[in-house]
Design a binder for this molecule. Structure first.
Ligand code: NDP
Length: 372
């Protein structure tokens, strides 16, 4: 395979041309020339300059179709630091009191809400009222009712509502979905999703019912819920769930430590999942069909995602999830592109209905019928 330099030399281009040739226009390691991107760029303001907001901002530096242009924050020192790091002008900086003024800012297309879960609903509704597209982190809300209010507000304002389901764009995940759709596993019978980690600081918002909406289920269990749906390709019709709490001081009323839950699907397939804030090394999906299986571990972490099927190792490329997500979201917003697995508000409400059902099943000890 020719290197890019060899290829340019064959074309007789000079070293100057080599420098000037837009990198994005060349498929790495191949002789294929791609056109540089000259379509619209999604101009995004990030709200909530915390751990994940910082990761998204960094990843967006490699986007071709999306660009970080603004911030919304309650911490002036972070705003200053982000301005100098990412070249953000004063006119694109807001706080939680004045960000409704963003409606008068023609240089921002979308706001990405990356604050604690319990604040997502109100912030997204204000973003929609300002006439901007809303991108919101998972869990989109703390229950299905609030999630539906967000969907309705965005519909009314004629803006898009997308949710940061980065795994919906991950190549190995998409390959397993393709194989399942292609019948390569045969009839799906079973899914197992194990998601968890040992959480630290007891004072953090993730352990505060008001700000988190719950405990591990809201934060990490949602990956198993969402995964059960996209791996099997079916929507659950019943839910059972059991909670274990070993530390009621750290995990207060309404903040779940560990929940095991089960789904039943219309085909007869079942899922058995675990969500926890008190065990490590849990980031594993297993999908079992009559003709084959897929096993992924890590399955939803930042990567590299690893996995194998009955046919061998999955070797699709390793990507930076947030870079791909933001470029794909630009396509969804500008061109109505339909991703293989949806990332819209309606999709998030389905996960929230299942979270509601899991909490109800824990409380009542009963099997809960669901209609997703
Ligand atoms: P952090 O605590 O690191 O950051 C949250 C930020 O929100 C804060 O830094 C702060 O930013 C802002 N904020 C506004 N109000 C409050 C408040 N009352 N208490 C605390 N912070 C507040 O959280 P994360 O970045 O880890 O998580 C944020 C969201 O992103 C959550 O919904 C989480 O589930 C999601 N997430 C998604 C991940 C994924 O892979 N998709 C991974 C990690 C998180 P400022 O000072 O600028 O106002």
């Amino acid at each position: 395979m020719n290197s890019r330099r060899d290829f340019l030399q064959k074309l007789g281009l000079s070293a100057l041309a080599l420098q000037l040739a837009p990198l994005a226009g060349w498929a790495a390691g191949t002789d294929k020339i791609e056109q540089p991107y000259d379509g619209p760029v999604l101009r995004v303001a990030i709200m909530g300059l915390g751990g994940y907001g910082g990761m998204v901002a960094q990843a967006m530096q490699s986007c071709t179709k999306a660009k970080l242009v603004g911030v919304i924050s309650g911490t002036p020192s972070k705003v200053k630091a982000w301005q100098s790091k990412y070249g953000i002008p004063d006119k694109n900086c807001y706080n939680y009191q004045n960000f409704d003024d963003i409606k008068n800012n023609p240089d921002i297309d979308a706001v990405y809400v990356i604050t604690p879960n319990g604040l997502h609903r109100d912030f997204v509704i204000r973003v929609a009222a300002a006439g901007k597209h809303a991108i919101c982190e998972k869990p989109m809300a703390v229950n299905a009712k609030e999630g539906q209010e967000m969907v309705d507000a965005c519909k009314k304002a004629n803006v898009k509502l997308l949710v940061g389901y980065r795994m919906h764009f991950e190549p190995k995940t998409l390959e397993v979905i393709r194989m399942r759709q292609n019948g390569e596993f045969g009839k799906i019978r079973f899914f197992q999703g194990q998601c968890g980690f040992t959480i630290g600081d007891p004072a953090q918002w993730r352990l505060n019912k008001q700000l988190a909406g719950g405990g591990s289920m809201m934060d990490i269990g949602i990956y198993a819920i969402n995964g059960a749906r996209y791996m099997t390709g079916e929507e659950p019709v019943w839910v059972t769930a059991q909670e274990t709490k070993t530390d009621p001081v750290k995990f207060k009323e309404g903040v779940d430590e560990t929940i095991q839950f089960q789904f039943g699907f219309p085909s007869g397939a079942v899922a058995s999942c675990l969500s926890t804030y008190n065990m490590n090394n849990l980031d594993r999906f297993f999908l079992d069909g009559e003709k084959g299986f897929a096993e992924m571990q890590p399955s939803t972490g930042y990567g590299p995602i690893r996995g194998r099927t009955h046919l061998g190792e999955l070797n699709q490329p390793v990507t930076t999830h947030q870079t791909v997500q933001m470029d794909e979201m630009a396509e969804i917003i500008f061109n109505n592109k339909k991703p293989v697995v949806p990332v819209n508000g309606e999709e998030a409400v389905k996960d929230l209905k299942l979270i509601d059902a899991i909490y109800l099943a824990v409380k009542t000890g009963k099997k809960v019928e669901v209609s997703i």
